[in-house]
Design a protein around this ligand. Structure first.
Ligand code: ADP
Ligand code: ZN
Ligand code: ZN
Length: 818
């Protein structure tokens, strides 16, 4: 009987694909292992085995696989279930989930680009013939596609060759080059192989009697090897032999010594720090912890609402310690891993080397390392800290999931598919492991708080800051009035300036929040009103003073700042609105002796940029830090006593049904950076609308008032959490085609069901990178089965795809759009 396997391919196919395997392969193959398979005319993919069976496919001839790539499964059965849920719920294919879940180093395919790894010197003798051919070819060609490799070795079955070359670090995949990550290599030395024989060694020592310095080095190496029984670093040898690099270099050239490199485990954190016991909790923390435990006993997802600086993190620490003691794994999800250096060094004090960090900016080797450690339940992967993608790791035995700052919208993946919400997907994962799930926030999402109110979730809270530090004193400043009286200095009100002066005089630090990067949003001609536009997108270019450029924030297009109007030629150009860069510059003029730093997307490119700014501010190398919403996320600075919000109105007026909820969250979180330790902090909020309800709720800390009002509005307008929403986007470069296609789809939706359909409508930026964009929003009331509605939508898409004039129009589903 013939044997077949069903596999997931890393491409958006609706169905599994079937291949034929031999009996010999069947004996070796287990579900969750990777295989190399041919696809289409000449493509080659890494696929994942999900079923073994004896049913030949009906409509195509099953091809044979090229090869089995693993000895043991690299994906677990729980993962497969989880992925299936994600694909069903978020309306994408399993292939898309597979592709984004697995580190790309495990996913070689025909289009993958391969380069030589210039950081590692490879002993060519250890390469097998085929490997050597590829390695040689790369020396001459710099870059190869997997397809080229097939020709070079005249074989189809080449993924094993490439996988081994990756493993010994001889080659890297193209993606890594983007990150320009240099693995940390340490230089080691050992005696040349020839001298492993005693006779040769004696000869050597004899010959070196005339070179005392070199002889000293060799003896020193013996000494070190004998005492340490570990590889010897070149640095160590240099010190121990009291010799110089040049002497050692000479010995290496003579092949007496051999130099080699070992990559230090990149993900190993600073493991020398001494471990500390978790802090003793105060009574409020203890009460919260006990409530959480009681809810966990009933296997309930639990929400911990604790004001900023109430000590939530210390409560998490207790739960993590319990989980690890039971021998289980804990997952700690944070909205943005790049800014968690503070959190990580804090956790390290308690858990030392049991922590692994899963970082989207890590290169593929690092990701593979963490992947394998988690799969094998290694002791150094007991606690995983990561952003949303850490959810896809192959957990062996998960006991606890913490989702910190659960209200953050960066938990939702926007692009590409799967467009999942990590909090919601984590709750499903928790269900599959039957493990504890804790959501934490000072400002919970309306969704989660409602779930707590209806007792779907358990609920615990901490109302006081740790050490009884008072919540900051918040003051609203009416800048309309200030403008009218001409009392503003740049974008600063008198009150804000007074407070900054006072704070600086006390030797304390200031954080200023302006949710817009760049200098000013736009440059406008006061004569004709023209402002330079992006040629690819329907937006005005943003003014960046520092780089002397106008830039598009959507596609990166940029031009030098023009000196006269591009439309009418007058030199009456003026800036409109303002961004972080302008705030920074005004500060430099108003407070010339203060040191000002800036934290936004422009100042934090690169892997360690965030950490550097945070560190500098912590060390009080800066007095004032100006930033965008990056500042809000869980930072803990000791010496900040004033937080200023430059302009709250832009947030409030954002065209989105969550704008008010978000404003509340954002302002409360930024304000929470003030006065965390000793004395009461001060927060100044500048606004044109001091009587706005949300701003009042922020200043009085009235979360419940905000929640009730927002929930009421959501009920009125049928938005989440009352209704479910799905946003369907249509994209095409022809305006008319897009209009017709989206109208057709919306009409079909309206005919099909009892759901409410809004649109199609152009978003505020209706063209991005030369593609027009239109959205349809679907509201699905409670009681209407979700999966059925989604099936209906997919059915409509099938008819849509059959209409030839709509060919090429892209459809993107975003379930629970936010
Ligand atoms: P949150 O996570 O709620 O914002 P943190 O856990 O960061 O609050 O705690 C705020 C500050 O109080 C931190 O500096 C933390 O070290 C300190 N802290 C919290 N709980 C305790 C405790 N039980 N004992 C000593 N210090 C604590
Ligand atoms: Zn003009
Ligand atoms: Zn653009």
């Amino acid at each position: 009987m013939e044997i077949f396997i069903n596999v997931i391919l890393p491409i958006p196919l609706e169905k599994h694909f079937t291949y034929r395997i031999s009996e010999y392969q069947a004996a070796k193959l287990k579900l969750g292992m990777r295989v190399a398979v041919p696809f289409g005319k000449s493509k080659l993919y890494t696929a994942l085995v999900v079923e073994l069976h004896n049913r030949p496919p009906l409509v195509y001839e099953a091809k044979a696989i090229h090869d089995i790539l693993d000895e043991e499964p690299i994906v677990t059965s729980i993962q497969l279930k989880h992925w299936q849920w994600i694909a069903d719920y978020y309306m994408c294919t399993l292939g898309e989930v597979f592709r984004s879940a697995i580190p790309s180093a495990l996913l070689l395919e025909s289009e993958t680009l391969i380069l030589l790894n210039k950081d590692v010197i490879i002993d060519e003798d250890q390469l097998k013939d085929d490997e050597f051919l590829v390695y040689e070819a790369l020396k001459y060609q710099n870059i190869l596609r997997v397809n080229d490799v097939m020709e070079i070795v005249e074989k189809k079955n080449i993924l094993p060759i490439l996988n081994r070359l990756i493993k010994i670090k001889a080659i890297v995949l193209k993606e890594e080059i983007h990150e320009q990550y240099k693995p940390k290599m340490v230089r080691y030395v050992r005696l040349g192989q020839r001298y492993n024989k005693e006779a040769e060694l004696e000869k050597l020592l004899d010959s070196l009697t005339r070179a005392p310095k070199q002889s000293q080095v060799v003896l020193s190496l013996f000494h070190l090897q004998a005492t340490k029984k570990k590889p010897i670093k070149l640095d160590e040898l240099e010190i121990d032999s009291k010799s110089s690099r040049a002497v050692i270099r000479a010995l290496i050239n003579k092949e007496v010594l051999e130099e080699y490199f070992i990559q230090t485990d990149r993900v190993v954190l600073n493991s020398t720090t001494e471990l500390k016991l978790p802090k003793k909790l105060n009574e409020y923390q203890v009460t919260a912890l006990n409530t959480i435990r009681q809810n966990f006993d009933h296997k309930k997802v639990t929400l911990l609402k604790g004001v900023t600086s109430s000590g939530k993190t210390e409560v998490y620490v207790k739960l993590i310690a319990e989980c690890i003691n039971e021998g289980k794994q804990a997952l700690y999800l944070v909205p943005e891993i790049a800014i968690t250096t503070q959190l990580i060094s804090r956790l390290q004090k308690y858990f030392g080397s049991a922590i692994s960090v899963f970082h989207s900016k890590y290169n593929m080797q690092e990701k593979v390392e963490v992947w394998k450690n988690v799969l094998d339940n290694k002791s150094k992967a007991q606690l995983i800290v990561g952003a949303r993608s850490a959810l896809f790791l192959p957990f062996a035995d998960l006991g606890l999931i913490i989702i910190d700052e659960e209200h953050e919208n960066s938990f939702k993946q926007f692009d590409p598919a799967p467009r999942y919400h990590a909090r919601d997907a984590a709750i499903i994962l928790g269900g599959l492991f039957n493990c504890n799930v804790l959501l934490g926030s000072a400002t919970p999402s309306i969704e989660s708080y409602k779930n707590a109110q209806t007792t779907k979730y358990g609920y615990a809270q901490i109302d006081r800051r740790f050490g009884n530090v008072l919540m900051p004193d918040m003051e609203l400043v009416d800048i309309k009035e200030q403008h009218r009286k001409k009392r503003m200095k740049g974008h600063f009100s008198e009150r804000l300036l007074e407070e900054i002066t006072e704070t600086l005089n006390q030797g304390e630090q200031v954080i200023l929040f302006q949710n817009r990067r760049g200098y000013a949003p736009i440059l406008e001609c006061t004569t004709c009103g023209h402002s330079p536009q992006c040629p690819n997108c329907d937006v005005s270019l943003t003014y960046h003073m520092h780089r002397k450029q106008l830039r598009c924030h959507y596609c990166g297009h940029h031009i030098p700042i023009p000196t006269s109007c591009l439309a009418c030629g007058s030199n009456t150009l003026d800036t409109k609105g303002f961004g972080t860069e302008q705030v920074e510059q005004e500060l430099n003029t108003i407070f010339p002796s203060a040191k000002v730093g800036r934290m936004d997307l422009d100042s934090t490119r690169g892997k360690h940029a965030y950490a550097k700014i945070i560190h500098a501010f912590e060390n009080q190398e800066m007095d004032i830090l100006v930033g965008t919403q990056m500042l809000t996320k869980g930072l803990d600075f000791r010496n900040v006593n004033l937080v200023g919000i430059m302009n709250a109105d832009a947030l409030l007026n954002f065209p989105d049904f969550r704008a008010h909820e978000r404003t509340y969250q954002l302002l409360t979180q930024v304000a929470g950076r003030a006065g965390r330790t000793k004395k009461r902090g001060k927060v100044i909020i500048q606004t044109f609308n001091p009587y706005h309800q949300i701003l009042k709720q922020v200043t009085t800390g009235d979360y419940l008032g905000m929640f009730q009002e927002q929930l009421y509005e959501r009920e009125q307008y049928k938005y989440p959490p009352i209704n479910k929403i799905i946003r369907i986007s249509f994209k095409h470069k022809e305006y008319n085609k897009l209009n017709e296609a989206s109208a057709w789809f919306a009409k079909a939706l309206r005919n099909a069901s009892e759901i409410e359909v809004l649109g199609p409508e152009f978003p505020p930026v209706a063209r991005i990178r030369n593609q027009y964009l239109k959205h349809v929003l679907i509201k699905i009331p409670k009681g209407v089965p979700l999966q059925k509605t989604k099936k209906n939508i997919k059915r409509i898409q099938i008819s849509f795809d059959a209409v030839s004039q709509f060919k090429g129009v892209r459809i993107i589903y975003n379930v629970d759009y936010m």
